[in-house]
Design a protein around this ligand. Structure first.
Ligand code: PFF
Length: 440
C-alpha cells in the first residue's frame, strides 16, 4: 500500500471492511452453514465472532499502527529481535495458499458476470443450473483464464500503488452491495416455502454441535474477518494517528456479519423454495443465485449488478491478500545485494499465485485442502501467535506500551482486552484444536 495514510477515517474503515467482506461472506458462509446443519453453526459462528473478532482485529490494527510496518517488519520492530519472525512467514504463506483457491472462486464470479451479461441463465431450472456449474468448472482453460483476470487486476492495483482507489471503490461498493442484498432478501422472502429456509438458518439445535462444527465455525470467523494472517496489520500501519481502534474494529465486524447474515437470509429461503439441497457444497450459491434473479423484476439488470458488486467485493479482498505477500517479498529482500522493488515483487507473487491457481483448478483435493488448512489451522495459529505476542511479550502501558497512545481505549477496556489476549483467545483456540483432534 502506498506511503500515504488513508485520507479519512471512514476511508480506512471501508478499506478494512473491503478486505473482510468478500467471497467468505457470500460464497463460503452459506455453503458451510448448509453443510453443518444450519442454525447450530450460525450460533457457534456468532459466538466465535464475539470471542475472537474484537480482540484480534484490534490486535492486528495495533501491531500495524504502533510499528508503522506491514506483517514482515512489524514483529521485529516491536520485539526488537527475530524470535517472532516465524509469524510473518506464516502470514505470507497463509496469504499465498488462500490466493490459490480464492482467485479460482473470484474467476467463477467473473465467469458468471460474463454470462449474466448475455442472459445465459434465462429459463434454466435447478438441474440446468447445476449442470451448468459443473460444465463451467470442468472447462479448465476457461476456468484458468477467468481466474487469471482478477490476478491481473489485483496486480495492477498493487503495481500502481493506488490505495486511494481501493478506498473509493469500497466506499461505493459497501452501500450498493447492502442495498442490493436487502432487495434480494425482500424478494426471496416472498417465495412460497421460504419460511422453511428461515427456520433452517435460524433454528438452534444443540444436538447438531459437534467438534467439527466448532472448528469450522472458528475457521470461518477468521477467514471472514481476515484475521490471523497480517492483512489488517497493513491497514493499521496506514491508520491516521487519531483513528479510534476499538470503534473501527466494531464497525468492520458489524458490516462483515451483516453481509454474511444477509447472504444466509437470501440463500436458504431460496434453497428450500426451489427444492434444492442446502448441503451442496461450494456450488451452492452459484446454482441458487441465478434462479433468484429469474424471480426478480429487472432480472437481467439485477444479475449483472449483483455479479459486478460480487466481483468488486472479491477484488477488495484479493488486494489485501496479495499485499501481504508482496510487502513481505519487497521488504525481506530490501537488504540483499539484489533487492526486489515493489513492481518486481508484484510480478513474482503473481507468477507463484498463477501456479497455485492452476494446481487448484486441476486437482480438486488441493482446492479443498488449501481452503481447509488455511481457515482451520494456519489462521488460528497466526492469531494464537499474535495474541501471545501482544498479550505476554510486549508492554501494554508506559512509554513503549502498545496501548499508551490509544486515548480511545478506556482503563476498564484495556484490562478486558489484555485479559482476552492473554487467556481467553489462546485458551479457546487450543481447546478447539484439541477438541477437533479428539483429545478432549
Ligand atoms: N475476508 C475475506 C472474505 O471473507 O472473503 C477473505 C480474506 C481476505 C481472508 C483477506 C484473509 C485476508 F487477509
Amino acid at each position: 500500500m502506498s506511503k500515504t495514510t488513508f485520507s479519512s477515517k471512514i476511508g480506512l474503515i471501508m478499506a478494512a471492511a473491503g478486505s473482510a467482506v468478500g467471497l467468505g461472506n457470500i460464497w463460503k458462509f452459506p455453503y458451510i452453514v448448509g453443510e453443518n446443519g444450519g442454525g447450530a453453526f450460525l450460533v457457534v459462528y456468532l459466538v466465535c465472532v464475539l470471542l475472537f473478532g474484537m480482540p484480534l482485529i484490534m490486535t492486528e490494527f495495533l501491531i500495524g499502527k504502533r510499528s508503522g510496518k506491514s506483517a514482515y517488519g512489524a514483529f521485529r520492530a516491536l520485539s526488537g529481535n527475530n524470535r517472532w519472525q516465524w509469524l510473518s512467514w506464516l502470514c505470507m504463506l497463509t496469504a499465498l495458499l488462500i490466493m490459490g483457491f480464492y482467485f479460482v472462486v473470484t474467476g467463477w464470479c467473473f465467469n458468471y458476470l460474463a454470462e449474466a451479461l448475455v442472459n445465459a441463465f434465462h429459463g434454466m431450472d435447478m438441474n440446468g443450473l447445476t449442470a451448468h456449474f459443473t460444465q463451467m468448472t470442468s472447462n479448465l482453460p476457461r476456468t484458468i483464464f477467468f481466474s487469471a483476470l482478477p490476478v491481473v487486476m489485483t496486480a495492477a492495483v498493487l503495481w500502481f500503488d493506488v490505495n486511494k482507489g481501493i478506498e473509493r471503490l469500497s466506499k461505493i461498493l459497501m452501500p450498493l452491495l447492502l442495498l442490493m442484498m436487502f432487495l434480494m432478501a425482500g424478494r426471496v422472502l416472498m417465495l412460497d416455502g421460504s419460511n422453511i429456509g428461515m427456520q433452517f438458518f435460524f433454528r438452534f439445535d444443540f444436538s447438531q454441535i459437534t467438534p467439527k462444527v466448532v472448528m469450522e465455525a472458528m475457521g470461518q470467523c477468521f477467514f471472514s474477518l481476515s484475521i490471523g494472517m497480517g492483512a489488517l496489520i497493513t491497514y493499521g500501519a496506514y491508520m491516521p494517528k487519531t483513528q479510534d481502534v476499538p470503534r473501527t474494529s466494531v464497525e468492520v465486524i458489524i458490516l462483515d456479519t451483516l453481509v454474511a447474515l444477509l447472504a444466509g437470509v437470501i440463500i436458504f429461503p431460496a434453497v428450500f423454495a426451489f427444492g434444492f439441497n442446502p448441503a451442496e457444497g461450494p456450488q451452492l450459491v452459484f446454482v441458487v443465485l441465478p434462479a433468484i434473479f429469474e424471480q426478480m423484476s429487472f432480472a437481467w439488470l439485477s444479475a449483472v449488478l449483483f455479479f459486478t458488486l460480487l466481483c468488486i467485493a472479491a477484488l477488495t479482498s484479493t488486494i489485501s491478500l496479495m499485499e501481504v505477500s508482496v510487502a513481505f517479498l519487497a521488504e525481506a529482500t530490501a537488504k540483499l545485494k539484489h533487492p526486489m522493488d515493489r513492481q518486481k515483487s508484484v510480478l513474482i507473487v503473481s507468477a507463484v499465485v498463477m501456479v497455485l491457481i492452476i494446481s487448484c483448478v486441476c486437482v480438486d483435493s488441493l482446492f479443498d485442502a488449501f481452503d481447509e488448512i488455511t481457515s482451520c489451522i494456519m489462521m488460528p495459529l497466526g492469531a494464537l501467535g499474535m495474541s501471545l505476542f501482544v498479550g505476554w511479550f510486549l508492554p501494554q502501558d508506559g512509554e513503549k506500551g502498545m496501548l499508551s497512545k490509544e486515548k480511545a481505549i478506556k482503563r476498564w477496556a484495556r484490562k478486558i482486552f489484555v485479559f482476552f489476549l492473554r487467556w481467553i483467545v489462546p485458551a479457546a483456540i487450543i481447546v478447539i484444536f484439541l477438541n477437533s483432534l479428539g483429545v478432549l
